[in-house]
Design a protein around this ligand. Structure first.
Ligand SMILES: Nc1nc2c(ncn2[C@@H]2O[C@H](COP(=O)(O)OP(=O)(O)OP(=O)(O)O)[C@@H](O)[C@H]2O)c(=O)[nH]1
Ligand SMILES: [Zn+2]
Length: 310
């Protein structure tokens, strides 16, 4: 029987079967992902094959190849990672230009990480009822910027439900990660979409002080119209990815496109002669805020080399 993993509590997985039942399952045999050591070999979003037994439980005996997966490191010093979810169709990044402010650096870091994971992102600007004229103008500027790079943007007022039907349509039949700063309205949105649901922090991991993993828990919740939501707290919840210096620009689509014209193949676009990216920033083809975010990721990496975070 085939099914979809919708919940993971330690060694038990809830599999929603093709014929519409929830079957508690355990893993059979050894599953390993190449390259990363994971605390959970199977994750929510995995499509699996199960063998049911007489007690009404089952063994997971096969995992379908994943189209993508998002991870979180067990700790900065650990190479071990927890898979938050697999086969994610899209991420909705909830942003507010005010109350609280979502910075472009925050947005761009999220977008770059999502690019690395190959997860498409839509930006949802919430709390439009609270914005003054200058906030609205700034928001329109951001919408123009991100739409032109290839990230669709929508506006929402979760409070009055203006724009909520559009969001519902965007979520239908998809596995979606919902992310954003604390206070942007994620709980409010989830409660409007799925009345009565008590989903917060789609992933809770506990470690004792030696950094050893003890329990993990992840869940995705079904939307009434079809599809699933995974709620992750903030950018850290979306996981971090180790990027090589020269690789970072690959995750900024408009920078990557222009970088084909750089004189040096290993150009980091900071000070190299003949850098097409620097020229494009000067000529305003690449936005200064995006370029600043790109630099901030590069600089972070340099600092972290000394802290040995990776
Ligand atoms: N005016 C206005 N307030 C909103 C809107 N959406 C949410 N809020 C309010 O913003 C505050 C924070 O909303 P939450 O839904 O708790 O935000 P969150 O993103 O879940 O925050 P964390 O749980 O900290 O991650 C609450 O007081 C909401 O009522 C909106 O569209 N307009
Ligand atoms: Zn360059």
């Amino acid at each position: 029987m085939k099914g979809l993993v919708i919940k993971n509590t330690g060694s038990w997985y809830t599999v929603f079967t093709e014929d519409g039942r929830c079957v508690e399952s355990k893993i059979k045999g050894n599953f390993r992902l190449k390259g990363i050591r994971t605390t959970n070999p199977v994750a929510v979003g995995d499509r699996v094959e199960i063998e049911e037994n007489r007690e009404g439980t089952a063994f997971i005996c096969q995992i379908e190849e994943r189209k993508n997966y998002i991870i979180r490191r067990a700790s900065n010093l650990s190479k071990q990672a927890h898979i938050i979810a697999a086969n994610v169709d899209q991420a909705m990044l909830i942003v507010t230009v005010n109350y609280p402010i979502t910075t472009t650096v925050f947005i761009d870091r999220f977008l770059a990480t999502a690019e690395a994971y190959r997860v498409p992102v839509k930006l949802v600007f919430n709390k439009i009822d609270r914005y003054k004229a200058e906030d609205k103008e700034y928001m329109q500027g951001l919408i123009h910027l991100y739409t032109s790079i290839g990230y669709p943007c929508t506006t929402l007022c979760a409070k009055t439900e203006e724009g909520l039907d559009g969001l519902r349509a965007d979520l239908k039949d998809k596995i979606t990660v919902l992310s954003g700063h604390s206070g942007v309205g994620k709980s409010t949105i989830i409660n409007k979409l799925i009345p009565g649901v008590s989903l917060r922090t789609g992933d809770i991991s506990e470690y004792h002080n030696k950094g050893m993993h003890t329990t993990t828990f992840s869940e995705m919740v079904a939307l009434p119209e079809g599809g699933y939501l995974i709620d992750t707290p903030g950018i850290k919840g979306f996981g971090t990815i180790d990027m090589e210096d020269a690789e970072i620009s690959h995750y900024f689509p408009e920078i990557f496109k222009v970088s084909a014209g750089c004189k040096f193949g290993n150009c980091t676009h900071r000070h190299e002669p003949g850098c097409a990216v620097l020229r494009a920033v000067e000529e305003h083809y690449i936005s200064e805020s995006r370029y600043k975010s790109y630099l901030s990721i590069l600089e972070d990496k340099e600092e972290s080399k000394y802290r040995e975070e990776y």
